[in-house]
Design a protein around this ligand. Structure first.
Ligand code: HAM
Length: 414
């Protein structure tokens, strides 16, 4: 029996990979325009890194990590997200010593042992960006503007930006106890997961999708009504800066993130087009994370988008480059002629295709059509002898006579 891929691990086949490249190239373009540089970190880290940053009581750490003991007896984990590893590298290489304000982006595979469904996989890919060293809410707004700019760049009106604030170690503990008090009065209506997390991670009840929990938490106290003065001021400024640049957003006071390191601003780009996997990108501020991982007290904010989800939103669009020219040939001598010409044109940056196998003219022209070539040309003995041929524009059938030479063809086709 043939061996198949592991459940939840996908092959990205041609055409689909064209969409991925379109996404990746747009992200690099937009991020680099905004002053971000790429960092490449390992896909495996010490397990402790994720426990300490993402948090022991999160679904990711409790249930979803690919963790194992390697042959040397070390506890290691395939990264479930990018921020922890990037901040580990930021601290380890003392990048803050050159400049505490670092703008970094990354892309690559992440691993979570979740139940696979459309838009949710066990190996998935993120493109993420992080800014360190800026307390000012201008950084929050600029990260959000960059994310919105990215979606515009790839031609998607969806998804919609939602923002929230999760407060800070000053104001969240009191809110947390209020919320626990509220939930305890309705404990019988909560699902088993929310009951279990009541004292360790009560906020998760706010975004639980189980109908009983939605009903039970309808009048729950909101973090936004319980922010301390500093967090409230910060959130007000983020909203003002977004308004200033005309960035559309809505406020979602029930947004809870699945990672513990967030403080203050959190956000998601959501869509209704992907069923229950509505978050296409997400992130927030993590002012305590770098010090929590043993680094200096430097704030940070960033996001990651799920490439699979963005690609799903692009639908069936084909971003692969179509051939500029298909050369059909009538005999072996003409094939040699076309082969030489094709290589001269490739050198000039034109995408050219020809038939390698001596197929019939009809089948060659069918292939030109199938590949979506912009132009085709038929090369027979007389074309080789005269050095001229009729070029056909495939879209409308318009024909034009041209010299069969690289320079002339290049001027016509570029
Ligand atoms: P996250 O919300 O866990 O945040 O993931 C970010 C994005 O990754 C999600 O919005 C989703 O598009 C995608 N994603 C997550 N899990 C899966 C999955 N199983 N299958 C497909 N796509 C998935 C983080 O990972 C944070 N590190 C983001 C961040 C960066 N916060 C600050 N900086």
């Amino acid at each position: 029996m043939a061996i198949t891929a592991i459940k939840g691990f996908n092959d990205i086949l041609p055409v689909e990979s064209g969409r991925w490249q379109h996404i990746e190239q747009a992200a690099r373009r937009v991020f680099e325009l905004n002053g971000f540089s790429e960092i490449r970190v390992p896909i495996m880290e010490k397990t402790e890194l994720f426990c300490r940053s993402i948090g022991d009581a999160t679904d990711i750490v409790e249930k979803e990590m690919y963790s194992f003991i390697d042959k040397g007896g070390n506890a290691v984990t395939l990264r479930p997200e990018g921020t922890a590893g990037v901040m580990r590298a930021f601290i380890e290489h003392k990048l803050y010593a050159q400049d505490p304000v670092a703008k970094i982006y990354y892309l690559g595979p992440m691993f979570r042992y979740e139940r696979p469904q459309k838009g949710r996989y066990r190996q998935f890919h993120q493109i993420g960006a992080e800014i360190t060293g800026v307390h000012d809410p201008l950084a929050d707004a600029q990260v959000l503007n960059m994310l919105v700019q990215f979606f515009r760049e790839i031609g998607l009106d969806e998804p919609q930006l939602q923002v929230n604030s999760l407060g800070c170690p000053e104001c969240r503990p009191a809110y947390r106890s209020d919320l626990i008090g509220f939930l305890e009065q309705r404990v019988d209506a909560l699902c088993e997961d929310c009951r279990r997390r009541l004292s360790t991670n009560p906020l998760r009840a706010l975004d639980c999708k189980v109908p009983g929990c939605i009903a039970a938490t309808a009048g729950a106290p909101s973090m936004l009504d319980n922010l301390c003065g500093a967090c409230d001021g910060h959130f007000t400024s983020v909203k003002r800066y977004l308004d200033l640049t005309g960035t559309p957003y809505s406020i979602n006071p029930r947004m809870v993130r699945g990672l513990d390191y967030y403080t203050r601003t959190t956000f998601e780009m959501v869509t209704s087009l992907l069923g229950s996997q509505s978050a296409v990108a997400a992130g927030g501020r993590y002012d305590g994370l770098i010090s929590q991982l043993g680094g200096p007290s430097i704030p940070g904010i960033g996001f990651a988008m799920g490439v699979e989800r963005v690609a799903l939103l692009l639908g069936e669009k084909d971003f692969c480059r179509q051939p500029d020219l298909f050369m059909a040939t009538l005999g072996a001598g003409e094939r040699e002629f076309a082969f030489r010409l094709m290589n001269e044109l490739l050198q000039k940056g034109l995408r050219v295709e020809m038939d390698y196998e001596g197929k019939s003219l009809k089948s060659q022209l069918r292939r030109a059509d199938k590949l979506g070539a912009r132009y085709s040309v038929v090369i027979g003995e007389s074309e080789v002898a005269s050095g001229r041929a009729i070029l056909k524009r495939m879209a409308d059938g318009v024909q034009m006579e041209t010299a069969l030479a690289a320079d002339g063809l290049c001027t016509l086709l570029c």
